[in-house]
Design a protein around this ligand. Sequence first.
Ligand code: IVH
Length: 698
Amino acid sequence: MNTPLRAMKVADLLPMEADVELRALAREITGHDVAYHRNDAPSITDAEYDALRQRNLAIEDLYPELVRPDSPSKRVGAPAVSGFGKITHARPMLSLGNAFSQQDVADFLARIRRFLGLDADETVQIAAEPKIDGLSVSLRYEGGILQYGATRGDGAQGEDVTPNLLTFDEAQIPRNLPPGVPDVVEIRGEVFMAKSDFAKLNAAQEERGAKIFANPRNAAAGSLRQLDTTITAGRNLRFFAYAWGELSAELASHHDQVLALFKEWGFMINPLTRVCDDLGGVMALYRDIEAGRAGLDYDIDGMVYKVNRLDWQSRLGMVTRSPRWAIAHKFPAEQAQTTINDITVQVGRTGALTPVAELEPVTVGGAVVSRATLHNADEIERLGVRKGDTVIIERSGDVIPKILRVIEEKRANNSDPYKFPEQCPVCESSVMREEGEVAWRCTGGLVCRAQLVERLKHFVSRDAFDIEGIGGKQIERFLDQDLIATPADIFRLVDHRDTIARWDGWGDKSADNLIAAIENRTSIGFDRFLFGLGIRHVGQATAKLLARHYTSFENWHAACVKFAAATGTQERQELVELDSIGDAVADSLAEFFREQHNLDVLEDLHRELNIRDVEPLDTSVSPVAGKTVVFTGSLETMTRSEAKARAESLGAKVAGSVSKKTDYVIAGPGAGSKARKALELGLEVLSEEDWINLINGF
Ligand code: IVH
């Protein structure tokens, strides 16, 4: 999951930095385009995606000479997928710039007035329409007869989905236009699935054990892009017309008049569309429609404002990929109400117990949500949640929804406060909480099956040993069948090759591939090895740092053995001071080395593997070398000390308070006055993910 690389203020970027970032943005945006348009599986929120695009545009504005041939600003969406014929659009299918606030909309209107050189008393009528959350298609009619229909694809070329579109009801997509229409007419609009149809579809899919769609948009896209059109036919897709491509004759002088004609011709026009005269009118409609949004039977993610006069539209023209005469005004995060059916507790790799709210499924922000993390016992207490409670949840397009609050008035009389388990729900070992820690942990270690499974999964995961073909499912099966019990056993699976080959769903080829994949990883960099061990507080960043500090497994092992045996050793002092690793990491390493079974695991692995030394760190090449950074709020993927260590290892200075000298403020949930101060000072505030993306790979 990647989000924007918002390293510095765009205006501060040097050409070289801009060049590097444009390359990274091109790669990243393309990845997201493919995930969204081709695989119907977006991996970041729309807002994050928009931010990436905007940053790309801003950098290109600053350095037009650095615009890349593969720049995302030159295209829309992802190249057409194979399997469907390709259709080159007679006019490109454009995308829209985004507005997120009233100020952005005011700026949009002011830009238009300036561009057209209008007098203050001249009204700019705006046609305002809901932004339908589906996928856009273009329908081409010649001589009044539907010739073909295509998806947007990359904006220039889309997929020929004519057979699929021909399964639509005529009331959605007329096959013929009335007599007298221009010879060539291209109607553009959004194919979407009604929320009610979406709910029915998912219920049926679940019953059949088939794929559950995350939201109506994905369901619509998945349903339209079916090589088997009988599937499309069963999905009851709909279509709102809102734009056009090639026309062999002008239809009218204003946008709303064209839409009225489309309606006469038998297309559906969104009934909430209005013409507004000024910012006040536009904003009032925006608020109205937002208030009624949850009650609509289709998802909308904002409003689209278009200059109503078509002669002005053509004067305004377009900038690279979007028209200057239109803008999308996005809605903020959506909330929903639901009930907590149960509170379950998961046991993680390090034994941490994470409570999870099992929710009555509800659609929010375009996705069905049935679970939400409650993080830890403190969070449960803070929210005061109990089983059976009615709660408000929020999801801003993010993958992880959160519980905002409990509606206490709706609580049943017989409800009891939630009691956090005193025993591990998996292995029944006692649970404990260390001083200063929020998480309760299972004390079972590798005796706890949940911890063992998670540790082994972590061991083979992408950033660790990255063994292709082994994931959670395989690990569980190997464990169940007693083929493995420790990490090093994975490298001895070759002894069980024939057994595995005989399993259902395996066979000789899969078994051989597995063995080859494992053998491929018997030579591994020390940093990956270290991360793969899954030692508490030794995340990817710290593992890299430790690896670069010690450079070899042998050095690290020797140092750890010494400071595990005695406190106050020089080795420990060196570690804590040199890299500002902090006590948490040192304690955790010491604890790890004091357990005989961990030493056995290391010895065993060392025998099986070739652990390659790593190069010591050169801080001068890092993107944050010499910068001052401040962390505020809570961090989710690393501890504060880990974040600090990592930043310092890359040559950054970590400060405790925000000042004009601060370069980056990394703000997590709960960030308060420091983040506010940063905004006041006009500093760049990064999310944890932005930060990770920035330093990733260094
Ligand atoms: S107008 C030249 N109007 O939003 C402008 N687009 O982010 C063409 N969309 O590609 C688009 N509702 O898929 C327009 N009422 C509406 C829309 C709308 C949804 C989608 C469309 C477009 C995307 C741009």
